[in-house]
Design a protein around this ligand. Structure first.
Ligand SMILES: *Cc1c(COP(=O)(O)O)cnc(C)c1O
Length: 908
């Protein structure tokens, strides 16, 4: 498929989140219909516009069950019969039904006429009053002539039964590319039925599919291969979908093929439609079930007397109290009925799960594309410490992003592992860091190799995506590192990025997504060939420069693929605060399982919060059933905010959402992609960026630059919170971070834009109304925020006493020893920042060695770690720093330093 000109008439090609666009276009039809009904003249031109608008919509409406051919035909009939009133009535019904998604809940939405008794969506009589059955759509890919499609849909409706827990409608397409378009643009589709014999090609090409052409192969010599390839392609785009195959050949033989693991069940074409119906419902039920939550609800309903230590359980101490009953009213009885400290009554134990928690974890592992998953009720802060402790022993070296979350630094202290800090590329003009270039990581590994210490390196630990949205090429990082050391463990801190699994574009760059691809590709003969070719080319002893400049591939026979991902489910999905999960794809997991459990026992509370566990279970259910649509929507909202802010005539005078070109230096962006623009996105370029760029930007994380408005990040954050009820949490010196997530609606965009306009107009007024002095002060303030920025200090080095080979060209050090040396008060000293003693010692020694972590917020990474040598750059940065919150630093006392004598007695 080739196409780089996304025609602006095509709705398909413009957006991943077509439902929102579809709503807009239906509202446009409604608007035109009103004009038509009210117009006394010029009705011809309105009718022409209406006809064009309907034709444009038809192109995507065919991928949605609602409004369906019958209602659409009726609408067109009114247009042809020149009945403006009837047209308006129906257009009104359809558009409000689409915008409100009423067809999800209410079968009467499908009636041909408002007054007609018989709904198109015929339900058995007994059921018509039940409106709240969860609704989904089934995609059927068929070889039949279009004239038969309605019959197929009706047949599917005919097998509905009153006892069905879910209700669905069928969407029909006739070929493979249309099938992919349908699952991309219609998030309601939850299952796919492939009728063997469907066509290989579509009448119209969809440029959106180009984005996936590296992962999709629909070329096929016969029907069977095409069917299997389509099934595989569907799973690559939306792995959660169930796929059923209807075939009229020897299905027993087909079922035995390894490629068939993509398919839930194979039916003989002639078989009972009821069997298919029941299988479809069962597939949904398997995703819908939440073993722990279901059981907790049952538990809450049972009469239980408790004699364990948790007075709040059952709520009697609350509801009967004179003084705290408002808590009971506020939370409602269920919270208390669902509390228990027992692991009996089928509640299972998080620390030693054997029942429904084990089952819930298995479902989560499958949903996230992992082999194992572990629920954590104390946040990813704890998840990270668990993984570090489980896999690292004292003296092991871990390549660690210096800007990572503090749990990793403390994890090293606890485990006794020696961090080898690697530095992200700086974005000094925004006072923030990006992500760690692969070249930096490879350099560290090669230096350690040169020192004969490669065997001590156990792990590479990186943050994906970073707080500001930098996303790694996870596959490439792992491949190149494994080429240097084939048994490295990877810990990807994806605290923010859990939702990415439900985006076919972002998933490729998640830890689990890349691990899945790597597992497959390393099995292929091509992997070994690539490695052999590389060895020939590199020769026996390639120098480091050659290795750094080569896109390395690992020896597939030597690789032990060991990937861990930690994920704050509460940050991007519907889990309660602190709900986190560890995901594992480790071929050697069985050898570390015992250690892993020790680490869980070390860090997990013995009273894990049941509601958090339940919410992890439920968050997984939601993502499995509607995650795709929710994530598409969050992405679409972010694209819209980017476009609105950056093109708004008033807002853009003072504010800007930073684009890829500003957040990622061009060296890491060979595709040349510069921005995300929702309306003329070039899918070719987007595909290339995802495939080739060392870093890409998670579109949902928007850095709003506010320096030109004269606000530092913290001030601006407070204005938004105090005056406008808009909350956000991260700031830099001259920016704030906006995030869109599965919770946002388009109204949120409107609110944000309105507030920014108000603030911008206010600035306009102040500048024009006030005297020149004000302007001067404003300009000075802006310059200070935009130009006069402190250099970000890199990690310097550990003091010699914390390094085994002080002369070596490597950076790791014994952070844990330095940390505990500072426990001896007599071995520490304080020097105020402005004391000239500091300058004297910087010049002529002895070196200043930090006794503890010093972490200013923002930027939120340690400027100093225990045992680190303090440099002029660090002191300059600290002196310029004007933030209030600095963990580990007391302004009155000054820098806490380790004396020269500290730790000497322990040195062997
Ligand atoms: C928030 C965060 C954590 C800690 O997660 P909690 O769930 O808040 O404990 C760890 N790593 C990164 C990158 C984070 O952003």
């Amino acid at each position: 498929m080739t196409s780089n000109s996304a025609s602006d008439h095509s709705l398909i090609s413009t957006s991943l989140a077509t439902p929102a666009l579809r709503s807009d276009n239906w509202l446009n039809v409604l608007y035109l219909a009103r004009n038509w009904a009210e117009a006394s003249s010029k009705t011809d031109s309105i009718k022409k516009d209406l006809s064009a608008a309907l034709t444009k919509l038809e192109e995507i409406d065919l991928f949605f069950a609602y409004p369906g051919t019958a209602l659409l035909a009726r609408l067109k009939q009114w247009l042809e019969e020149d009945d403006a009133k009837a047209f308006l009535r129906l257009a009104q019904r359809i558009s409000t039904t689409i915008v409100s998604q009423k067809y999800h809940r209410d079968v009467s939405a499908w009636n041909l006429e408002e007054l007609e008794d018989e709904p198109v969506n015929r339900l058995p009589q007994a059921l018509t009053h039940i409106k709240n059955k969860p609704y989904f759509e089934v995609l059927s890919v068929v070889p039949h002539a279009q004239s038969r499609w309605q019959h197929i849909q009706e047949e599917a409706r005919g097998v509905r039964r009153p006892e069905d827990e879910f209700i669905y409608q069928t969407v029909i397409v006739g070929n493979a590319p249309d099938a992919l378009t349908a699952i991309l643009i219609n998030p309601d589709i939850s299952a796919v039925v492939l009728y063997e014999g469907f066509a290989a090609h579509a009448a119209n090409e969809n440029p959106l599919l180009d984005v996936f052409n590296t992962v999709i192969d629909l070329s096929a010599s016969d029907d069977e291969i095409l069917t299997l390839r389509l099934a595989q392609a569907i799973k690559k785009i939306r792995p959660e979908l169930d796929i059923y195959l209807l075939s009229d050949r020897n299905i027993e033989a087909l079922a035995g093929k390894p490629e068939c693991h993509f398919i839930n069940r194979i039916f003989y074409q002639m078989e009972e439609p009821l069997e298919l119906h029941l299988s479809i419902l069962e597939g949904i039920r398997n995703r819908y079930k939440t073993p722990f939550f279901d059981n907790l609800k049952r538990y809450a309903q049972r009469p239980i007397a408790t004699f364990h230590a948790l007075p709040i359980a059952r709520g009697k101490s609350v509801f009967t109290s004179n003084w705290i009953s408002d808590m009971g009213e506020f939370y409602g009885p269920n919270l208390f009925l669902a509390e228990s400290s027992a692991t009996t009554g089928g509640l299972d134990s998080l620390l030693e799960p054997t029942g429904n928690i084990k089952e819930a974890q298995a479902l989560a592992a499958k949903a996230f594309g992992a082999d194992h998953s572990f629920f954590v009720t104390n946040g990813t802060s704890t998840s990270n410490k668990m993984v570090l402790q489980a896999l690292l022993a004292p003296g092991d070296i871990v390549i660690l992003d210096r800007n990572c979350h503090k749990s990793h630094h403390y994890g090293c202290v606890l485990a006794g592992a020696q961090p080898y800090y690697v530095e992200a590329f700086p974005l000094a003009q925004y006072s923030m860091y990006g992500a760690v270039p692969l070249r930096t990581i490879k350099t560290a590994l090669l230096k350690l190799k040169a020192q004969g210490e490669l065997d001590r390196v156990k792990m590479v630990d990186l943050t994906n995506c970073t707080f500001d949205g930098h996303v790694y090429d996870t596959r490439r990082v792992m491949e190149e590192c494994l080429a240097i050391k084939p048994d490295l463990v990877f810990l990807w801190d994806e605290a923010w990025f859990g939702f990415a699994h439900w985006s076919p574009l972002l998933r490729q760059r998640t830890a689990m997504g890349a691990a899945a691809v790597l597992t497959e590709s390393l099995k292929q003969p091509a992997a070994l060939k690539a490695w052999e070719d590389q060895q020939k080319k590199l020769g026996n002893a390639p120098d480091d420069k050659t290795l750094l400049n080569t896109r390395l591939v690992p020896d597939p026979r030597a690789v032990r693929l060991r990937v861990y991902q930690t994920n704050s489910v509460h940050k991007s999905m519907s889990a309660l605060r602190q709900g986190s999960i560890v995901l594992v794809r480790d071929v050697d997991f069985e050898h570390v399982e015992a250690q892993f459990h020790e680490a869980v026992f070390t860090h997990a509370s013995t009273s894990p919060n049941l509601q958090i566990i339940a919410s992890l279970d439920v968050a997984r259910r939601q993502m499995q059933l509607e995650g795709y649509g929710l994530v598409s929507n969050a992405v679409q909202i972010s694209l819209e905010i980017r476009k609105q802010v950056n093109s708004h005539p008033v807002i853009s005078r003072y504010f800007k959402v930073l684009d890829s070109s500003e957040m990622i230096p061009s060296a890491y962006r060979p595709s040349g992609i510069t921005c995300y623009n929702s309306h003329d996105i070039s899918w070719d370029k987007a595909a290339q960026a995802i495939k080739e760029d060392e870093f890409m930007l998670d579109p949902t994380r928007m850095t709003l630059f506010c320096g030109h408005a004269g606000f530092d990040g913290t001030t601006f954050k407070n204005i938004l919170a105090d005056k406008f009820n808009i909350q956000l949490n991260k700031t830099s010196r001259n920016s704030v971070l906006l995030q869109s997530n599965i919770n946002n609606t388009r109204s949120d965009i409107a609110l944000l834009i309105r507030v920014l306009v108000e603030i911008a107009l206010d600035l306009d007024n102040k500048i024009t109304e006030n005297a020149n002095d004000y302007k001067k002060a404003f300009r000075l303030k802006v310059r200070e925020l935009v130009e006069d920025l402190p250099e970000l200090p890199d990690f310097s080095r550990f003091d010699d006493r914390y390094r085994e080979k002080p002369k070596a060209d490597t950076l790791h050090g014994d952070i844990r020893r330095a940390f505990y040396d500072a426990y001896k008060e007599s071995e520490c000293e304080y020097i105020p920042l402005d004391d000239p003693e500091i300058d004297k010692r910087l010049k002529s020694g002895p070196v200043l060695v930090s006794a503890n972590f010093v972490i200013p917020y923002p930027p939120g990474f340690p400027i100093m770690v225990p045992g680190q040598v303090i440099t002029q750059g660090i002191v300059d940065f600290m002196r310029k720093l004007d933030v209030k919150e600095i963990h580990g630093f007391n302004k009155n006392l000054g820098l806490k330093l380790l004396k020269r004598t500290a730790g000497k007695d322990k040195k062997k």
